[in-house]
Design a protein around this ligand. Structure first.
Ligand SMILES: [Zn+2]
Length: 476
């Protein structure tokens, strides 16, 4: 532990200039955030001409009739236009808030607010919670019209919206209440660790965040998701039998199998799993069940179980811990740095006192370049994981059909394994159905995709699936 702290102290010395040098951090944040926004707009503009194509790529030609393809192009174009406008709007808003000292103002407002109840500046954590609430409300209220437009105009126009205005308002209120119920204790504990551990906060804070992440794995699906959606046990039938057999064969510790009413809000569909290592739950969207045959849904689940087999969630957790560590290791230099806070228009009194949350928030802003790189890298990793999970589904047959694997198998088991032969084809079918039903964009610019997409494009996935099939045919 001492070695860690010595190393961290070295980093801090390297960054000592932050505390004293009058650097124009605000200008730097403005410049960088506008650069990112313009770059994202440029990517959208690269994508635009592709919406004018009149026919899908060859691999998909058989699956799209002319009308559906035209619909998907129109939907894609509308979404891209919306992203362009909303991206610029949000950036303009953030930029104005930053330029005119909104954060300093919000901190003072929070201070006056708690002052009304007799709490002084020594109640830093209380003031921090009020400050965070002011920030959340004042940054989310101006974007409500965007969500309203997206849900009730854009999605509605293309036939996806199932949300009623009452549900929309209920979701919004629930979201805020939940943010307060979880956010306030989280923030208190987070800030308390800083206070308690002093300069040695890095390992403690990492431990705290890890415990928090792990408990969210349990709390989110059991306590939070049910507030928004209804999870009900999947009814007995072909899909249930298939899923249970697949889980048993792979020794996936399946505890519960749920259907979720995703169709309550939207017609977009999917499936996922969650839980602790020894007890997992699978959730399937009712829309997926409705649109695809049981054996196709099974192939989608085989893909999901591929994520489990390759421990993808754990790998993501490890990457995120490394990321958090880097961020926290850099932070101390910014924690007691009056010059840094002065650059963001905090009053000299506040800057000297250096409230942790304020320093952390401003620190997050200047980390934007790092975060941009991390997000592009994470997308690349995620696309690789998707490819691995597809490959896993296709390789189930060779894995279980080898002579050694079938040595003591009963006739029923042999038939079950034989049934896996076309898993790849079924996965392809399910992916195409999902894509067609969701009117997802089929022509995607490579640079746009590299920047934004956590999944390979449909064309890329189908090509890879075909590759796995050919590879296997050659071996056989
Ligand atoms: Zn996946």
């Amino acid at each position: 532990m001492d070695l860690l702290h010595t190393q961290l102290a070295v980093v801090q010395r390297q960054l000592a200039f932050v505390a004293t040098d009058p650097i124009d951090w605000k200008l730097y944040v403005q410049a960088f955030s506008w650069t990112v926004t313009f770059f994202e707009s440029y990517l959208l503009l690269r994508q635009f001409p592709l919406y004018s194509k009149t026919s899908p790529p060859d691999v998909l030609a058989a699956h799209f009739d002319e009308e559906t393809f035209a619909k998907s192009q129109a939907y894609g174009r509308d979404k891209a236009r919306f992203s362009l406008v909303s991206g610029l709007y949000k950036q303009a808003l953030d930029s104005l808030l930053l330029q005119y000292g909104f954060y300093g103002w919000a901190w003072d407002v929070a201070g006056r607010g708690i002052g009304q109840f007799g709490y002084g500046p020594e109640y830093e954590i209380t003031q921090s919670i009020v400050f965070a609430a002011v920030l959340v409300l004042s940054s989310s209220i101006p974007t409500i019209p965007l969500s309203v437009y997206q849900t009730f105009v854009l999605e509605e126009k293309h036939g996806f919206n199932k949300t009623t205005p009452a549900l929309f308002v209920a979701d919004l209120v629930k979201g805020w209440a939940l943010g307060l119920a979880i956010g306030a204790p989280f923030l208190s504990a987070f800030l308390y660790v800083f206070k308690w551990a002093g300069d040695r906060f890095v390992p403690w804070l990492m431990a705290f965040l890890l415990v928090f992440q792990m408990s969210m794995v349990v709390i989110y699906p059991t306590l939070i998701q049910p507030l928004f959606n209804k999870l009900s046990p999947l009814a007995p039938g072909e899909l249930r039998t298939r899923t249970e057999a697949l889980a048993a064969r792979l020794q996936f510790p399946l505890n519960h199998l749920y259907k979720i009413d995703g169709s309550k809000r939207s017609s977009h569909s999917n499936a996922y799993f969650f839980g602790l290592p020894w007890s997992k739950h699978i959730v399937i969207f009712d829309t997926l069940i409705k649109e695809s045959k049981p054996d196709e849904v099974e192939a989608v689940l085989a893909h999901e179980l591929g994520h489990w087999h390759h421990a993808h969630p754990t790998k993501f957790l490890v990457i995120s811990q490394a990321h958090i560590f880097t961020v926290l290791a850099l932070f101390p230099a910014f924690l007691h740095a009056p010059a840094f806070l002065r650059a963001f228009d905090f009053s000299p009194a506040v800057a000297v006192q250096g409230p942790t949350i304020v320093a952390f928030l401003m620190f997050q802003m200047i980390l934007m370049p790092l975060e941009a790189v991390v997000s592009i890298a994470m997308n690349a990793v995620s696309r690789h994981f998707e490819w691995q999970a597809d490959r896993f589904a296709c390789d189930l047959y060779p894995r279980f059909s080898s002579p050694s694997a079938l040595a003591n198998a009963s006739e029923t088991e042999k038939a079950e394994v034989e049934g896996m032969r076309d898993m790849g084809d079924r996965l392809a079918k399910a992916l195409i159905t999902l894509h067609v039903k969701n009117l997802s964009t089929v022509w995607v610019d490579w640079m746009y995709s590299a920047y934004h997409h956590s999944h390979p494009t449909l064309t890329e996935r189908l090509r890879a699936l075909e590759g796995f099939r050919l590879e296997r045919a050659k071996k056989e």
